[in-house]
Write a protein that binds this ligand. Structure first.
Ligand code: 9MR
Ligand code: 9MR
Ligand code: ZN
Length: 574
């Protein structure tokens, strides 16, 4: 297709011209791509960011091989020698895969794998702080997603910036307010598009708050270099407040919550400040309202020690919307008539979930955990019973039930039904054990196994919430932490592409994400710190092309899951 638009010659000539074109593309690729030009093999697939000293270290090799060595980058000397095992046929990719295990190499340093007749790998580090820089970059991704303000940051010597955008958010025409404007500024852009969707904010904020509640001591110390740095909030929470400030504007006076704030159709590939089409609040839905309760109730207890006035505001908002939900017990799907932007609704085609999502369970869980209200506990336990305490092995924006179950299970509040707690405890461990098994059977130790769907890379990262919860129940047992690291290994290069799935991080990361800033500006590199959605429907279906929004878009929900996974390993014992 590209050849055709490139040349205007007749048919036979066009074929020859096509060959010249592809030769040109190959040459250009080698020139702009120093990694490939240096001959680093894409057949040696491993975590190209690196490894914690005591972690398991395995590379998957998609070529016939026997012995391998790990060499020091500094002087080329050998640090480790081993024999590859295999081959094993990987059913997802039909590849014959070998495994090179170098877990015994623990000494910090910079290394490369050397596999005779296959080649040398990209360089990688072994270090106790190997995830610190990636964590910062992925959080930088959130800062750069901020809407309603100018942003600017430098990564690897390039500056990424845009002027204040969407400062007129938003119009009330579709929610019965006539053509009047009400404040709906701030928040993060959702993804590669600039719209803002309450339901996707739900799982995003819930996941980031989970990180805070699980790894608070590490996260409190993190400096993110934000405009708010040095103020009363820890930087991590300051970033989250930007989103919550917007979310609070999504609540209608009666407590219902608007489903989204968007243009009527997707805008073009321009920088956000140039997108001046009107944006509107759209009518309420029960998922948005339940997620809103979950987020604001959780915010109330998390912000309390730093900003009590904000905590009060969040709690009042949570209670108002919770009352609204109680008065409207039926599932209510948001009316999105007139809008062709992201739907975030459960009955859309090619969707994973069937049935009504259990977001109200999450809402009740967070409200109970924050207030201790017996009413909320009764509501919560009724819902937990109704789903038999069932934990899902992966989840995303369409189902926040797991977030509620985790909050319930780890609560220190009195009054829970012990039999129900036991049920959830058992379910969580058995789901986590399944994930560990699934990873161990996969050619790339991918914890999601053979499941490939829109945003599955986010799914891989989000499984770490379950694994880390299991690790808290049975500390150090079951291989839960090792499987969390398998997830990170996969996302940073132990996959059938041998590439990192996160822009600006690791070896040969995505260069053409479906991101309007990366495509609409004049920078060489894509904006940094973003996990792309990943291959589907099959393992080999990822395309690093801007047009491929199905596999190469970025989104806040997937990034949040990656932040969680990285938070778990920010600080390790040396
Ligand atoms: O750019 C849009 C992306 O952010 C969405 O995830 C995706 C699916 O809803 O839609 C993209 O927009 C495409 C639209 O749906 C169809 N025409 C091409 C648009 C962008 O290239
Ligand atoms: O993440 C969403 C995925 O689960 C859906 O299958 C897909 C199609 O509706 O939409 C994804 O969400 C997109 C949203 O609709 C618009 N902004 C970009 C999101 C990521 O692609
Ligand atoms: Zn904006």
């Amino acid at each position: 297709m590209m050849t055709r638009s490139f040349c205007f010659c007749s048919r036979p000539e066009r074929q020859r011209c096509g060959k010249i074109y592809w030769a040109f593309v190959l040459l250009a690729t080698l020139l702009i791509n120093p990694a490939w030009a240096a001959g680093e093999s894409l057949s040696i697939r491993f975590n190209t960011v690196g490894y914690l000293p005591n972690a398991e270290k395995q590379a998957t090799i998609a070529a016939s091989c026997a012995n391998f060595t790990v060499v020091r980058v500094t002087d080329g000397s050998t640090a480790f020698k081993g024999k590859a095992t295999g081959p094993v046929l990987d059913p997802d990719t039909q590849e014959q895969l070998y495994t090179a295990d170098f877990s015994k190499l623990k000494r910090p340093g910079e290394y490369q794998l050397d596999v005779p007749s296959v080649g040398r790998s990209a360089p990688f580090h072994i270090a106790a702080d190997v995830y610190r820089e990636p964590f910062h970059t992925v959080m930088l991704g959130f800062y750069l997603w901020r809407c309603g303000t100018a942003v600017s940051a430098t990564h690897h010597g390039h500056t990424f910036a845009h002027a204040a955008c969407h400062t007129n958010d938003a119009w009330l025409d579709y929610v019965g307010g006539g053509h009047t404007n009400k404040d709906g500024t701030k928040g993060w852009h959702d993804a590669g598009d600039y719209n803002k969707y309450t339901v996707n904010a739900g799982v995003t904020v819930g996941t980031l708050f989970r990180a805070w509640e699980d790894f608070g001591p590490q996260l409190r110390k993190v400096r993110l270099d934000l405009p708010e740095s040095g103020g009363k909030l820890p930087d991590f929470l300051a970033e989250l407040k930007w989103e919550l400030d917007w979310l609070l504007t999504m609540q209608a006076p009666d407590g219902s919550v608007y489903h989204k704030l968007t243009t009527r159709s997707f805008g073009g590939f321009i920088m956000p400040e140039l997108e001046t089409t009107n944006r509107y609040f759209t009518p309420w839905g029960s998922e948005a309202t339940a997620d809103f309760v979950g987020m604001t109730a959780q915010a109330a207890r998390i912000f309390r020690p730093y900003d009590p006035a904000f905590a009060d505001r969040c709690l009042q908002a949570a209670q108002l919307s919770y009352q609204f939900l109680k008065a409207h017990p039926e599932y209510h799907q948001a009316d999105q008539t007139g809008f062709s932007t992201g739907a975030y609704e459960i009955n859309q085609p090619n969707h994973r979930q069937n049935g009504v999502p259990q977001n109200r369970l999450w809402a009740a869980a967070e409200l109970w955990e924050t207030t201790g209200s017996p009413d909320a506990l009764l509501d919560l336990e009724t819902r937990v019973k109704a789903v038999n305490g069932q934990v899902d092995s992966d989840f995303d924006w369409d189902e926040t039930k797991n977030l509620g179950l985790i909050t319930y299970l780890f609560s220190k509040r009195p009054g829970r039904d012990p039999a129900l707690v036991k049920l959830v405890h058992g379910n969580l461990l058995s789901v986590a054990d399944d994930i560990v098994q699934t990873a161990s059977r996969d050619g790339y130790d991918r914890p999601l196994g053979s499941r490939y769907y829109w945003g599955c890379n986010g799914g891989v990262a989000r499984q770490t919430l379950l694994l880390m919860a299991a690790d808290r129940l049975s500390p150090g047992k079951g291989g839960y932490r090792a499987t969390c690291l398998d997830a990170l290994n996969h996302l940073f290069g132990r996959n059938c592409y041998g590439r990192s799935f996160v822009t600006g991080i690791g070896f040969h990361p995505p260069l053409h994400p479906h991101d309007r800033r990366s495509g609409g500006g004049n920078v060489v590199d894509p904006w940094p710190g973003y996990l792309v959605g990943g291959p589907h429907p099959k393992a080999g279906d990822w395309h690093d092309e801007q047009g491929d929004y199905r596999t190469n878009e970025i989104a806040i929900n997937w990034n949040a899951a990656l932040v969680y996974a990285l938070s778990a390993f920010l600080e390790t014992t040396p």
